[in-house]
Design a binder for this molecule. Structure first.
Ligand SMILES: NC(=O)c1ccc[n+]([C@@H]2O[C@H](COP(=O)([O-])OP(=O)(O)OC[C@H]3O[C@@H](n4cnc5c(N)ncnc54)[C@H](OP(=O)(O)O)[C@@H]3O)[C@@H](O)[C@H]2O)c1
Length: 242
């Protein structure tokens, strides 16, 4: 039996940096992405796995392989998420007003931001280590109580729904995977493709590098107590109101 760290959405700005820092720490890392990093040279302790999380059967295959290799997961981070861009031919842009709401775009938000991470949480319940952390990248704008600005309907609602999935799953994990702390994590505004079109009004000191946000995430999630979760935390380790 060996322990691994699993990064889902490993080719994204935050995901790639997670793989890099965990590998540097000496972890055995499984880096899951749609692309499979064909051209990347990772150190020997990184295994790159091609998986399109839009197909649940592919998620199930990855977890089945962990089991058959006698591996348990010490840390799983699902970074999968989307704010803008093309999803199945739909050009998704965050809505500024009600008139911008449309069914295809809302479906795309929920599909990527809520359903994919939830399916990973479903499949991982049987392969977590006795003491483990399962973090999903959420966002502060998914807080229902903290919503003062409005806008970004689909992104906000899909992250709020993700938070509810994690809160609900934590109750079942409490019976079936007692040693796993579940976390909804807000990384701050991070300089990646996801935030790039929306960085103009962000103060330079509030726009984090992937290096900074990942070192914070790894530090903050290291010693979480499963009994006190689920957690909804920001990049500074502060609790966010749900
Ligand atoms: N950057 C920020 O300022 C910020 C702020 C708050 C929250 N977050 C959250 O942090 C997470 C990571 O964001 P990031 O900044 O690293 O963004 P990113 O560079 O755009 O990476 C997004 C990741 O999501 C996956 N993904 C995107 N669209 C997908 C689709 N249609 N189907 C399946 N997978 C898809 C990609 O996985 P593959 O590796 O498989 O391509 C990619 O790794 C997201 O959940 C985001 O909502 C980011």
């Amino acid at each position: 039996m060996s322990e691994v760290s699993l990064i889902i959405g490993a080719s994204g700005g935050i995901g790639r940096e997670l793989v890099s820092q965990l590998a540097e720490n000496g972890d055995k890392v499984i880096a899951v992405s749609r692309s499979g990093f064909a051209d990347d040279k990772w150190p020997e302790n990184v295994t790159s796995v091609t998986c399109d999380s839009n197909e649940e059967s592919q998620i199930a295959e990855v977890v089945k392989k962990l089991k058959s290799d006698d591996q348990t997961v010490r840390l799983a981070v699902c970074t999968v998420g989307m704010l803008h861009g093309e999803v199945d031919g739909v050009d998704v842009q965050p809505e500024k007003q009600l008139e911008a709401l449309n069914e295809k775009q809302l479906s795309a938000y929920f599909s990527v931001n809520t359903i994919i991470p939830s399916l990973w949480v479903k499949h991982l319940v049987n392969v977590m280590s006795d003491r483990a952390v399962l973090a999903c990248l959420s966002a502060r704008v998914g807080s229902i109580s903290d919503n003062r600005l409005g806008g970004w309907y689909g992104y906000r609602a899909s992250k709020a729904a993700l938070n509810m999935m994690i809160k609900t799953a934590a109750i079942e994990y409490g019976r079936r995977a007692k040693g796993t702390a579940l976390v909804c994590y807000h990384p701050g505004t991070v300089d990646t493709a996801l935030s790039e079109p929306f960085q103009a009004n962000v103060k330079p000191e509030k726009l984090f590098t992937p290096e900074f946000t990942v070192s914070q995430l790894l530090k903050i999630t290291r010693d979480l107590n499963p009994k006190e979760g689920p957690y909804y935390l920001d990049w500074d380790g502060e609790a966010i109101n749900w």
